[in-house]
Every structure is written in structure tokens, then in C-alpha cells.
Design a protein around this ligand. Sequence first.
Ligand SMILES: [Mg+2]
Length: 314
Amino acid sequence: MGEFDFISRHFRPLAGEGAFELRNDGAVLSLPSDYELVISSDTMVENRHFLPIDPPETVGQKLLRCNLSDIAAMGAEPVGYTLNISVPLDHRYDEKWFAAFSSGLAKDQKAYGLSLLGGDTTGIEGPLVLSVTIFGRVLKGQALRRDQALPGDGVWVTGQLGAAALGLYARLGKLEDPSGKLMQAYLLPQPCLGLPLYGVVTTAMDISDGVMQDAGHIAEESGVKIILYASRLPFDTPVREVASEWEAVKLMGGDDYQLLMTCPPENEQRLQQICRGKGVKVSRIGDVRAGKFVEMLADDGQKLSFKTLGWQHF
Ligand SMILES: [Mg+2]
């Protein structure tokens, strides 16, 4: 199949306003004058971030949702995205696969209110590589950041943790998952968009590499120490009940795509109100102190130590 046929069949129907049906060299994006553009990018590589056996429809949705989660972390709303695909030359991924992949994108474009603006496709002697650059908008000066946490703030997280990391092992047949909830969390993250957090939280980021590693980024950028309490991490039933050999994955695994935030005590009620209003669970899981680095404490106050802090990219 030719590149142009491939694009017109699978991706032209996803093109939105300013994309000129993908018939030009670029797209044109306009924003209201009181907004700023937020840009973020996330790549998924076969066998590193998704499996060839995963449903193509959910691979498309996950690709978009991981990017949407970064937009949520910046306190922005999504506008559009570009998509770059490197397709293995050995035809392991066929027309049927890409049709389903693009139907997943179409479904989530509609659900989250954004559209395709452009992209590129190439052949590759290697794994399928899927890369999205996402564009969002935020009122001028109101983007959330990682460098404003202060000693005395609480550390908060939305939703539930651990299920997606365990879900990968369920997907690989290494862990029982009778309810299917673990696998579902791995296949379809739920990005936490639309919470008006500016002026309420001091920092925000999304959890992609594990709560401890990601809390470490806030600690480093803000120049503070973060203490997390293992017993306060929000775990749903199947995660809570998993055997103790899975403890490290449960506590340190990534792929949650929940928001991690720091919030001063005087804004805690407001934060809880905002989340309740959107039907989002929010839990206080730690404290910001003076110092550096991140620690996770067990119930007895002992420091927990793990071989790695979370997902390693390299
Ligand atoms: Mg992120």
C-alpha cells in the first residue's frame, strides 16, 4: 500500500479544523488571545509500551490518553495532535490493524474534544513506533508546574494506583485477574482532565513512571523533600488483594496516568470540593518537607527500599 493511500484511508477522517484534510505541508492552529499553547509529546514502542497482542483499538486510545494526561497535568485543555508512525516493513501490522487503531483514535477524539492536525508515516526495520505530539490551551500564566511545592504542603493523588502496572503482568499471563480490572487499567488509562486546579495546588504532574519516581521529580524541581506513606496509597480491591510478592509492582509500578499534586493546607478543602464535583477520588498520600529526595514509609515508620524507583526508560 502506498503512503498516501494509507493516510487517506486511516487518518484523513480524523483531521480537524486547521488540518486542511492533511493535504498541505502543515496545519494552522489559532487560539483565543487570552490563551497560551501547551505542547507535549509521548511515544509508544511495540513491546516496551504496548504488546502486539493488545487490541489495536485500545492501543490508539492509550496513545492519545497518555498524551492527554500530560495536558491534564499542565492544567490545560486539549485542542489537537500530530501523529508520527513508523510501520514495520515485515507487514506484521496490516490494514485491518490500522483500521481498528484509527477507530480507537476516532472514538477518543470525540470523547475528549480534539482532532488530528498532521503527522508522518515511514517504514522501519524494527518495532512499530507510535508518536503523538499534543497541543492544548491554558489561560495565560495558569499552566501548572512542578517547581512550586513548599514545605508544609500535602501530597495528593487522584483516582487509584497500581492496577495498570499489575495489569501488564495479567496481560502477559503471569498474574490472575478474574475481574479483568487490572488488564482494563493497563489497556485504557483514564486521564484526569478538566479539574480547575490553578491557584489551588502548588504543583501537578501525571504519574507515568510510578508514584515514587514521579514524586521525586516534584521534589527535585521544587527543591523539597517528599515523604509518601505506603498505607495511604489508594488501591482498588483487586490491587489491595494481590499477593505480597507483587508488593513492589503495586507500590512502584507506573502507567497510572493519575495526577500527583502538592497542596497547601489552606486549600485542601477546595481541592477535595473540586474533585468531588467532577466525581474524581482524591487522597492525601504524603507530606512536603524541607530537604531533598523522596522517601516512602511503611506503617511502622521504616523507610521502604526497592531495587528501582519505578519504570526505567533506558
Ligand atoms: Mg507526564
